[in-house]
Design a protein around this ligand. Structure first.
Ligand code: 1BO
Length: 272
């Protein structure tokens, strides 16, 4: 399993996203993913599945130090005392003593970023998280966060796939030694019927989803595809035995635009 290195963190390049996975399905798919060789599991307080993610981790029997576990604090808990309490509650639900990466899930303009980042950094210093980062931050917010945070942030987790151009966010992350972690990397399953990616895939004997994930990883991006189907779990990690040509990389990169965003809630920042 390839890693993406960022400000001292080694993030496995392919992980399992768990947004909208619940209950037994969530615990079972986390366990199966770990048994198949996944070493990166992504959850969040807001997903309401941290308990089940923890169950899946224990059921798989993989050593704790072999798994990179990410969770996220919801913006309603960004006031400093609240953030620390919220992080501790996540650990109780996961039945862990620390997570590998703790992210601010979405920006919250109601709380000064410098205060939230100070609290996030103190949570890390207390040993509750090995690394800290952000999610759904625009370029302007990345710049503000890097200037305000007392210590390095390791990533910005954002929606990224062939239909959404994220060049500017990727460049901002690179400027600050941060990784871009891509959620919805296979466009919630829609990429599998993409004719251009299927055509490229035929030449490599890979599916359109595998071409898409390989395109992300080959750029140095970490991806967290979500699935509740066992056969897709295997498909999504079988991408380390081939390399896309420069021409294929460029063709896929040219598909992206600003219009391809799937996740755009009313509370989202104005994307730049
Ligand atoms: C509201 C959750 C989006 C993905 O983390």
């Amino acid at each position: 399993m390839l890693f993406v290195e960022a400000n001292g963190a080694k993030i496995p390049a392919i992980g399992l996203g768990t947004w909208e996975l619940r209950g037994r399905t969530c615990a079972r798919i986390v366990e199966q993913a770990l048994r198949l060789g996944y070493r990166h599991i992504d959850t969040a307080q807001m997903y309401d599945n941290e308990r089940e993610v923890g169950e899946g981790l224990r059921a798989a029997g993989v050593k704790r130090d072999q798994v990179f576990l990410t969770t996220k604090v919801w913006p309603s808990h960004f006031a400093p005392h609240d953030l620390e309490r919220s992080a501790k509650e996540s650990l109780v639900r996961l039945r862990l003593t620390e997570v590998d990466l703790l992210l601010l899930h979405w920006p919250n303009p109601q709380v000064p970023l410098v205060e939230t980042l100070g609290a996030l950094s103190r949570v890390r210093q207390q040993g509750l998280a090995r690394h800290i980062g952000v999610s759904n931050f625009t370029v302007a917010l990345i710049e503000e966060a890097v200037a305000a945070c007392p210590e390095p942030l390791v990533c910005d987790q954002v929606e990224y796939h062939p239909y959404l151009d994220q060049t500017k966010v990727k460049e901002a992350c690179a400027r600050h030694g941060m990784a871009l972690v891509a959620y919805s990397p296979v466009v919630r399953g829609r990429i599998k019927s993409d004719r251009a990616l299927q055509r490229i895939g035929d030449r490599y004997r890979k599916t359109a989803a595998q071409i898409c994930l390989r395109w992300l990883v080959q750029q140095g991006v970490a991806a967290i595809p979500r699935t509740s189907r066992l056969e897709r779990l295997s498909e999504n990690i079988e991408i380390f035995d081939f390399e896309l040509s420069d021409e294929d990389m460029q063709e896929i990169s040219a598909m992206g635009s600003a219009a391809g965003r799937l996740t755009d809630f009313g509370f989202a920042p104005k994307w730049d």
